[in-house]
Design a protein around this ligand. Structure first.
Ligand code: CA
Length: 333
């Protein structure tokens, strides 16, 4: 009888221990499911109500102006459908104001579509927008230039014809889209330069009027250059970043002169989530450098033809090389 009583006590004690351990386990599981955390602001992509691609940015009067192509491809259409460019402005890189559509491919009478990558630069109070379009009569892609008195437009064709047509460069005659992705830079001495290209990277000087080439077209040799050159300068160093291989990473080269020689420095940004292209703009704003790019990250329909612009910080090493970009969901807080 006594041993039965002992057995019952033992069973009760066992049940108590089992119950305790189950409660502890439940608490642990609870902790895994609901970790204590601070609510994050998910700021990337920065534009969520439209698909935006191929960002370029301009800092003017303490404001950042973002220029992007508008990805208009329907969900069942797997190629680029782009007919216009968009412009947004921000004074904190978090809150963005959309302005009326500043420029369309139909604003260039000689073009027949494809609002591909572009960049705006200011000179003497005028804003020049170099754009990629499909040419209406010269086979292939071409570069046009539009002008406005305001960074948000409206812009109009500044030249009445293309500044670059496919037949002006013959480095890669097997493709008709080697003359795309213009980037423009005005050097400290006032000389303006236009870089552009796909498969080959081209550059030429621009006259002071910004709408005519000044001299011949040159070619730069860069490892695995695909497209999307962007020129910027920090201190004594010029940087030529570009889309590398395909699907695209962003790589870069450095030089002490805007005309080179350029020394390859490696990968700057990895494959950008869910997009086979990668297209960067690099700016300094309020003493911080930023890397602006696109991903296919808006779900459920984002992807290579429905892209979205994102921004993250860019940092440099003491020797002037750039640290690899860390793409974040939080973006700029
Ligand atoms: Ca060509």
């Amino acid at each position: 009888m006594k041993s039965l009583k002992n057995l019952a006590t033992l069973c009760l004690f066992g049940l108590f221990l089992w119950n305790c351990s189950t409660e502890q386990k439940d608490e642990k599981q609870q902790a895994v499911v609901n970790p204590p955390h601070k609510e994050l602001n998910i700021n990337n992509p920065i534009i969520k109500d439209k698909f935006t691609a191929d960002p370029a940015a301009l800092v003017f009067n303490d404001t950042v102006f973002l220029y992007a192509g508008h990805d208009e491809a329907p969900n069942d259409f797997n190629f680029y459908r782009m007919n216009e460019w968009l412009v947004y402005s921000s004074t904190d890189l978090v809150n963005w104001t959309e302005h009326p559509v500043p420029l369309k491919t139909t604003d260039f009478e000689w073009a027949k579509g494809d609002a591909w990558a572009a960049q705006v630069i200011e000179r003497n109070g005028k804003f020049y927008w170099y754009v990629t379009v499909e040419h209406g009569s010269v086979q292939g892609k071409a570069i046009g230039v539009a002008v406005s008195d305001s960074p948000v437009g409206p812009f109009k064709d500044a030249l009445g014809k293309a500044i670059i047509t496919n037949d002006m460069t013959t480095e890669h005659t097997q493709i008709t889209w080697d003359d795309i992705d213009p980037t423009v830079y005005i050097d400290d001495d006032g000389q303006a330069y236009l870089y552009w290209g796909n498969t080959a990277c081209y550059w030429a000087k621009l006259k002071d009027n910004m709408i005519e080439l000044d001299g011949e077209i040159h070619t730069v040799e860069l490892p695995n250059f695909t497209e999307a050159p962007w020129i910027h300068k920090r201190g004594d160093w010029y940087y030529l970043s570009y889309a590398y291989q395909f699907p695209e990473k962003t790589a870069y080269a450095m030089s002490k002169s805007i005309t080179g020689p350029w020394e390859y420095k490696g990968i700057l940004n990895e494959l950008a989530g869910n997009s086979n292209t990668n297209h960067q703009a690099i700016i300094e704003f309020q003493d911080q450098w930023y890397f602006i790019y696109h991903t296919g990250g808006i779900q459920p329909n984002g992807g290579s033809f429905r892209r979205s612009v994102c921004i993250d910080e860019l940092h440099y090493n003491p020797d002037g090389t750039m640290k690899r970009v860390i793409m974040t969901s939080e973006g700029i807080q």
